[in-house]
Ligand binder design. Sequence first.
Ligand code: C5P
Ligand code: C5P
Ligand code: ZN
Length: 489
Amino acid sequence: MCAKLPRGLWRDAQRAADALSKSRSVVIAAHIDADGIAAAAIASTALARRSAKSETRFFKKLDEGALGALRSDGAGIVWFTDLGSGSLGKIEGMQAVVSDHHAPSGGSPAAGANGQRLLTDFSTVEHVNPQLHGISGANDLSGAGSTFLVALAFDDRNIDLAGLGVLGAIGDLQDQRTRRLEGANRAILEAASKSSRVSEIEDIRFFGRETRPVHKLLEFSSDPFIPRISGNEEGAISFLLELGIELKDGDEWRTWTDLTGDEREKIISELKELLLAARRRQETVDRLVGKVYVFGSEAKGSPLRDAKEYATLLNACGRHGRPEVGLRICMGDRADALAEGVALLRDHRSAISKALAWAKGSGVIRMRSIQFFDAGDEIEDTIVGTVAGMLLGSEGADRTAPMVAFAESTEFSEEPKVKASARGTQDLVSKGMDLSLAMRAAAEKVGGVGGGHNIAAGATIPADKKEEFLDSLDSIVTSQLTSRAQRRG
Ligand code: C5P
Ligand code: C5P
Ligand code: ZN
């Protein structure tokens, strides 16, 4: 699989593995979301196989507090997974490896403007990031993917960890753009399908293929939104009954994967008809079906069998304060940890649907090139970004401007802070929008921090600077969109 990657990226992974090999004790510092948890499981397994001692700590973001705690930890080396690239300047001086895919911060020793490594001989940080080699960190390689490369550089036998690399990419929605995994992610997928039972199949893209009753899977569909069915339980039930589909098998609700192939095909072709009859564009109709990823060794009906459900369960753990439960699941616990994960998933789904309903009713304010809503303390800062993305994708949303959402930051700090999350569309990215650059610059201007990806980014800023932040974000995004348009013109 290494042959399918830029040689420089593979070389960085090898340098990182060498640096880690020199230490018998490693602290893994991981991001709290699904990608970060999958990355931590890869790192932790790879180290355990080398008999190196490791301990995993999870972080929402790397701020001074987090870095201070890591510095005073006294570990031989810190392995940052799915975070770190946005804080290279601050990490420099620590013995560290960063395997990440977020936009590297400018002016740092390891990330030159043209993707060249600078001053590496003097740096204490080994940096593995697809963006240093012209590979998209938003679509083509995740934090778990970068971390998997380091594990593979340790030992070929770590190829069986590729499934966790697939999981991280799905957790970060890297399949969204083309409805399948692309680029370096496909190389990891190939490794996963050879080394473990991970398969790619073409199927409906709605959430809950394994675990939701079919009418619920249809009711909660939003991408694409289906008239009379999305958000309408009765509509979904009568649609299925009219097609002659049995909803139950004995006392049990049937799930999508319980249906026969013929039943599934019948439903998909009727849904396509409904969308076409409602004059939806062909691109919208096409979003109904895509590649989905199946972990064949997980039990049928388990939330771990479908990659999207597995990743959502990990997000539920991480975003509600229990990332270590997700880590145990990734490392094989199918007993207590899985039971706790399933309970967290239930709470997560209800928190998201409540938050989305609140956001829909709250009123979105449109500026020149951005739109925003302020959730105050109504929505947790860890899920407000997910909600912003869902709102932007929902029926009737204005998709010509990125959605920005504020929530009160729950982190302890001396001055009150707010969390901002921004989500855009592929179309806006192709017009020149880069939310990572925009959020970082607007946040830094008001004394905050920010970063992420072109299509999705976040920031934390002083609470009394929201307006100033919005004005500067709006003007940055405006100039991103207009300068590209002018260059074209
Ligand atoms: O921190 P991290 O990189 O793991 O998070 C990536 C974020 O980008 C996720 O919250 C995901 O929802 C978002 N994303 C998106 N659309 C894409 C790709 C990623 O909203 N096409
Ligand atoms: O928190 P949220 O889901 O909105 O984050 C979107 C993306 O921005 C994630 O990839 C996250 O890691 C990144 N982010 C960042 N720096 C911040 C906040 C978020 O790089 N201060
Ligand atoms: Zn990630």
